[in-house]
Write a protein that binds this ligand. Structure first.
Ligand code: ATP
Ligand code: SF4
Ligand code: MG
Length: 340
């Protein structure tokens, strides 16, 4: 069975269709200080809810604010950024108002993140097995023997070859793909309810990338967790995300079930994103968002107006509403694209 088949099989696990979201991000705003001037707003009021069993893709070009969102959900926006407003409700609690100690208990245990560049995540001086086991000791309160048993099981689950031997390996003895599997093992050992994968497979070759994605998807399905899958590559989300949110310049400009996003994109930016990626996936690495945050005329209107081929005067004057164009399909545009 190839990696994509495995992903799709794993995704056939039924999603919880209950109404209460597992995580509910409401009007989240993050600012960065801007040398005496007004702070720069990098997240401009993010609303996003994810249910148990769901995988939501978050797509956007470099600088759109994806990592800022991921880290802000975990209560640690990238410094010197700060959460300027909004709420994150998780398992019935508004977690942004938790104390740092309470938040620390939640991170790793119930909320977990997988990042790219696994070598930077791993301690070069500690053996792989000890690093994974320490997550279980800290967060699950199990003894050393049980923690090592769980760590070994987790290495098996992430399909590391020869897991007994890898328990005693140091990070420099692992390939990039293996190190990424170890980081996933650390992120999932406590069976978190919500996993954020922030560009976790960038830099890996295509085959390993597909294997890691299949693995993440399978583990999330088996553990009944939910995942926010962050990437610059919209194409990758077509394989397994239930819904996809498109982030542009700190705003979600479109949110739709997977089929609707790919077959009937409503926002001009999404259209451009899909057209460009189908021609040249490499474009994504050279893209970045122009810094529009200090421009007064755009502060009032649509963030995309400078680049939009169908912009009208009203687009610069009034912020477009995040309007529903179909079941669960929202776009922030005064003139959404109509299909059919
Ligand atoms: N230390 C900082 N000081 C000021 N602004 C910052 C800082 N770090 C990030 N930003 C701003 O936050 C914006 C979003 O950055 P972020 O890292 O969240 O983007 P991203 O979508 O994750 O990009 P990438 O795809 O390259 O990882 C950037 O465009 C930048 O303007
Ligand atoms: S609101 Fe106007 S400028 Fe913005 S995406 Fe829609 S048409 Fe383009
Ligand atoms: Mg990032």
């Amino acid at each position: 069975m190839d990696a994509v088949e495995t992903m799709n099989k794993a995704r056939s696990a039924p999603a919880d269709t209950g109404k209460t979201p597992l995580i509910d991000i409401r009007n989240l705003r993050v600012t960065f200080p801007s040398g005496g001037a007004a702070p720069k707003t990098v997240l401009k009021g993010i609303d996003l809810a994810v249910k148990s069993g769901e995988i939501v893709g978050l797509v956007g070009e470099s600088g759109a604010g994806k990592t800022t969102l991921a880290r802000s959900i975990l209560g640690v926006p990238p410094g010197p950024g700060r959460i300027a407003g909004g709420e994150v409700h998780f398992e019935g609690r508004q977690i942004l108002s938790l104390s740092e100690a309470e938040f620390r208990r939640l991170r790793g245990r119930r909320l977990s993140v997988v990042v790219p560049n696994p070598r930077a995540e791993l301690n070069p001086l500690l053996r792989t097995g000890d690093q994974i086991a320490s997550m279980a000791k800290i967060h699950l309160g199990v003894n050393g023997k049980e923690a090592r048993r769980l760590a070994l099981q987790m290495l098996r689950d992430v399909q590391i070859p020869d897991p007994e031997r890898r328990m005693d390996a140091y990070p420099h003895e692992l390939s990039g793909g293996m190190a990424q599997r170890v980081v996933i093992a650390m992120a999932l050992i406590c069976n978190p309810a919500f996993v954020i994968s922030d560009d976790a497979t960038s830099g890996l070759d295509v085959t390993v990338q597909a294997q890691i994605l299949a693995l993440l998807t399978k583990l999330v399905a088996e553990q009944g967790s939910a995942m926010l899958f962050i990437t610059r590559d919209v194409g990758i989300t077509a394989h397994f995300c239930d819904r996809i949110a498109v982030l542009f310049s700190g705003e979600i400009v479109e949110l739709a079930p997977r089929e609707a996003l790919f077959l009937e994109p409503a926002h001009p930016y999404t259209l451009m994103l899909l057209a460009s990626f189908s021609h040249s996936p490499r474009l994504r690495d050279s893209w970045s968002v122009p810094d529009t945050s200090r421009r007064r005329e755009l502060a009032a209107g649509c963030q995309y107006a400078d680049r939009c081929p169908i912009a009208q005067p009203v687009c610069r004057e009034r912020r477009p509403p995040f309007a529903e164009n179909g079941p669960g399909h929202f776009a922030r545009c005064h003139f959404p694209v109509r299909h059919g």
